[in-house]
Design a protein around this ligand. Structure first.
Ligand code: PLP
Length: 408
């Protein structure tokens, strides 16, 4: 075995994947079964029922795709869009850009509404673009831009799209499982995510949910869906209605995601959301005590991902690399216009723990102490602990409103 490189345990505090609980890892060793075995079909049903809870939806069309978050993005667009369809895409980071790129590959006429990276989309800009687009088919946006840590409220965008008779698509790759989702209440017609972030499982599935209106649009296509593997109507026949073979599902990842979802539901979504918020708040206060500002403005800071701006006195890449090589802690740098200017620190799913916040801040202080950057030793820990003391006393959230036993 010494010719193979052994993977190492890491504290995963980047933009995903995040750490995975041992219960979820163990679930992956359950028996491989036939993809139409009645017992395996029940496992699939349980997974879908729990996904609906996390999405906050009663959409009949809810299933996980075999693939990562990008497969959800691609599936949503290749199924909904036909060549010549008019689409407006909000772009304030890398993943909005990716949506626009895929929509163009589908032959759609794409109008982008941009905001500077680190800022939310401006609603009046979006409304203007939507109103001036004839026969708009789709408005698309990213809920949590993982390239910047900005959260975009979805309901106002859904309202804008619906006023023009268009569908609304939201990328919820970084929000599902960490932020309360109310897909039905907000009016999101197409929503996809991934399993390796706040859901707390390994990468490999992309949960997706569609409103009846979105399914109708697919059923009324005049052209066939270009992708077989991501044809949502065929996938629905395997996952939900007819139980006919489409492709061989990967049992271990399905077991893992079912276990992770079950842990989320046991915890209760209000508790889970509160945990993500508290830990993010403590991290932010700790970073601020060390002289870092947060890129996203107040009110638009996404708890799963915090992006501090790197002061001139800090060598971004050197500290980031030392965190990994000396402490086994992974965080990420910025993309595109933010390369070298920010870090992206994730506290998602299993990784969002009080101890992880303190471990990270301690390591950061130790590394900064060896540089010319001036700060008060211990100040980040004190600030983070103040948040924990205050936030833990917030109203008792211990009974999750999803823990009513009525899921199945
Ligand atoms: C907001 C967002 N959308 C889409 C993706 C793509 O997901 P994946 O890398 O799982 O394909 C990511 C990945 O980080 C993301 O953060």
């Amino acid at each position: 075995m010494d010719h193979l490189t052994e993977p190492k345990d890491r504290l995963l505090l980047g933009p995903g994947p995040s750490n995975v609980n041992a219960r979820v890892i163990n679930a992956m060793s359950m028996p491989i079964m036939g993809y139409l075995d009645p017992t395996f079909l029940k496992v699939m049903d349980e997974l879908v029922a729990m996904l609906k809870v996390l999405f906050g939806t009663s959409n009949k069309f809810t299933l996980p795709l075999s693939g990562t978050g990008t497969s959800g993005m691609e599936a949503a667009l290749v199924n909904i869009l036909e060549p010549g369809d008019n689409v407006v895409v909000g772009v304030n980071g890398l993943f909005g850009q990716r949506i626009a790129d895929i929509a163009e590959r589908c032959g759609a006429n794409v109008t982008t509404v941009s905001a500077d990276w680190g800022h939310p989309l401006n609603l009046s800009d979006v409304e203007k673009a939507v109103k001036s687009t004839d026969k708009l088919a789709l408005l698309a946006a990213v809920h949590v831009e993982t390239s910047t840590g900005v959260i975009q409220p979805l309901k106002p965008l859904a309202d804008i799209a619906h006023r023009q008779g268009a569908l609304f698509l939201a990328d919820c790759v970084t929000s599902l499982g960490g932020i309360e989702m109310k897909i039905d209440e907000w009016g999101v017609d197409i929503c996809y995510s991934a399993t390796q972030k706040c859901v707390g499982a390994p990468p490999g599935l992309s949960p997706i949910t569609l409103s009846d209106k979105a399914v109708e649009k697919i059923k009324n296509r005049s052209t066939s869906i270009q992708s077989f593997y991501l044809d949502l109507l065929l996938l629905e026949k395997y996952w939900i209605s007819d139980r006919t073979y489409h492709h061989t599902a990967s049992m271990p990842i399905i077991y893992a995601v079912r276990e992770a979802l079950s842990m989320a539901i046991e915890e209760g979504m209000p508790n889970r959301v509160h945990r993500h918020q508290t830990n993010a708040e403590a991290l932010k206060e700790g970073l601020k005590a060390l002289g870092f500002e947060i890129l996203a403005q107040d009110g638009y800071q996404a708890p799963p991902l915090t992006a501090p701006i790197i002061p001139d006195t800090v060598d971004e890449a050197t500290i980031r690399k030392s965190l990994l090589s000396e402490y086994g802690i992974e965080i990420a740098g910025g993309f595109g216009p933010l390369a070298g200017k920010i870090w992206r620190i994730g506290l998602m799913g299993e990784s969002s723990q009080e101890t992880n916040v303190l471990t990270f801040l301690e390591a950061l202080e130790e590394l900064l102490a060896k540089t010319d950057h001036k700060f008060q030793v211990g100040s980040s820990i004190t600030s983070a602990k103040q948040v924990f003391a205050k936030w833990d006393k917030l109203e008792n959230l211990k009974t999750g409103f999803y823990n009513d036993g009525k899921i199945f």
